[in-house]
Design a protein around this ligand. Structure first.
Ligand SMILES: Cc1cc2nc3c(=O)[nH]c(=O)nc-3n(C[C@H](O)[C@H](O)[C@H](O)COP(=O)(O)OP(=O)(O)OC[C@H]3O[C@@H](n4cnc5c(N)ncnc54)[C@H](O)[C@@H]3O)c2cc1C
Length: 291
């Protein structure tokens, strides 16, 4: 049984923002795969919902120097989008790794981000890609880097009356560029990540790393970037030894906990191993040699 006090179904963004301003207690409903589960488990009662179903918030646009993803884009649409497949295949991997086909058909990337879970499968890739979010209210837009958006478990920097209206991913020249997402879970589908690891590597003409980004999910209360490991790799030509050292340094950004899925110690071992594997593969995709 779902206890819904009222359901708004706005057809335009200004209409939706007006409702959010006048009724700040309203919960935004995208695919509902988090919201409806909470309602079903009675963790939310007598809810006023604002559905995004009729708003033009889905789709992917290639603007040359950035890819813009509508937050209402489902994971199936994301994985099947030709722009994503060509420019950002690591996000297609993430999309295909979450839930199962039924969940991917309705769950949206915006809902995944705004739910604030450290296990969100889109988060490590969005962190590694330096995604920036447009948050819109009746008063206008503001942009927030995703790295500042997550504030704690299940908590994000959405102010009252705001909604996520666009996800921007800087994506310039992609020669000598590689990006990878690895989800570690017990099962291949319908399972939450024990650890998620994403890496981006960009190489200069001389084969040195000019950009190294390594991000982790479920390694801390929020997704994190492993900045010490990134600093070690930047400016260097990777070797197997350097990667092992980067793996050890990846731990400095992390504070994993024990849960019924895995112990803290197991997650620490995964952080070292998966940060190396993800960066190794990103380096190879960027044109570096297999290590
Ligand atoms: C069986 C099952 C398996 C799952 N497996 C996975 C998995 O493997 N990996 C994973 O990451 N997740 C998984 N999930 C969780 C869930 O599917 C995802 O987090 C999903 O992306 C949520 O998207 P949604 O569109 O359904 O969001 P909703 O449930 O509609 O909303 C989620 C939250 O985001 C807010 N919100 C949504 N859109 C906006 C917006 N545009 N602006 C502001 N706030 C917004 C809502 O108010 C709510 O707080 C699973 C869920 C189920 C039920």
């Amino acid at each position: 049984m779902y206890f819904v006090k009222k359901l708004y179904l706005p057809e335009t963004l200004p209409e939706a923002l007006k409702i959010l301003k006048e009724h700040p207690e309203t919960t935004i409903l995208a695919g509902g795969t988090d919201v409806l589960v909470k309602m079903r488990h009675k963790r939310m009662r007598d809810v006023t919902l604002l559905s995004l179903a009729k708003l033009p918030l889905s789709g992917v646009e290639d603007k040359g120097d950035e890819i813009v993803i509508g937050p209402g884009t489902t994971f199936t649409a994301l994985a099947e989008n030709p722009i994503m497949q060509t420019r950002l295949p690591m996000l297609c991997t993430a999309a295909r790794s979450m839930g199962g086909p039924q969940i991917q058909n309705v769950a949206t990337i915006g809902g995944n981000v705004c739910n604030g879970a450290t296990s969100a499968d889109s988060a490590p890739s969005l962190f590694a890609l330096d995604a920036v979010l447009t948050l819109t209210s009746a008063g206008g837009d503001r942009r927030v880097p995703i790295r500042e958006f997550y504030t704690g478990p299940g908590r994000v920097k959405l102010e009252s009356g705001e909604m996520l209206t666009a996800i921007h991913i800087p994506a310039g020249e992609q020669a000598r560029w590689g990006g990878v997402y690895i989800k570690f879970s017990t099962r291949k589908a319908m399972d939450i990540a024990i650890l998620g690891s994403a890496a981006v590597c960009e190489l200069g003409e001389d084969g040195r790393v000019i950009k190294a980004a390594i991000a982790m999910g479920v390694a801390a209360p929020t997704p994190v970037r492993c900045t010490d490991a990134e600093a070690l790799l930047t400016g260097k030509t990777p070797t197997a030894e350097l990667l092992q050292e980067a793996g050890r340094l990846a731990l400095t950004a992390c504070s994993p906990r024990s849960s019924w899925r895995a112990t803290k110690e197991y997650r620490e071992a995964l952080i070292q191993e998966l940060s190396v594997r993800a960066f190794q593969e990103a380096y190879r995709l960027a044109g570096g040699k297999a290590l």
